[in-house]
Design a protein around this ligand. Structure first.
Ligand SMILES: [Zn+2]
Length: 124
């Protein structure tokens, strides 16, 4: 790696320092929530066995919702980790699909966004 590349890398990480801090905070929050939610899920399960108040349908619905929110949180955690990795690699702010720069306003709203707005609109 040349000296020029090194200094570009430094500038990149300074440029994204604020967004990186936001991503790191988000990641810490989600990781914390994840741990709490797994603990409370176990408690609910035990209570249902003992008290038997919730109907089976209610219990299944509650469980499905909890699985869904755990799934979404896991996805979000992976998205944020990937964004932090792109910052470390100096690839942050580039669309993963077309390589164009992602609009800074888009990154301000969603710092973990992996795609530019055009690609995101055509992703589904
Ligand atoms: Zn794109």
């Amino acid at each position: 790696m040349t000296t020029a590349n090194l200094s570009t890398g430094l500038l990149m990480s300074e440029r994204w320092a604020e967004l990186r801090a936001r991503l790191e905070n988000l990641l810490a929050e989600l990781t914390e929530l994840d741990a709490v939610s797994r603990e409370s899920a176990q408690v609910v399960e035990l209570d249902q066995t003992r008290v038997g108040r919730l109907s089976r349908m209610d219990a299944m619905q509650a469980q499905a919702m909890s699985i869904e929110s755990n799934r979404r949180r896991a996805l979000e955690i992976r998205r944020i980790q990937a964004a932090l990795q792109r910052i470390a690699d100096g690839e942050y702010g580039e669309c993963r699909r077309c390589g164009e720069a992602i609009n800074p306003k888009r990154l301000a709203v969603d710092p973990a966004a992996p795609l530019c707005i055009d690609c995101a609109n055509h992703a589904d």
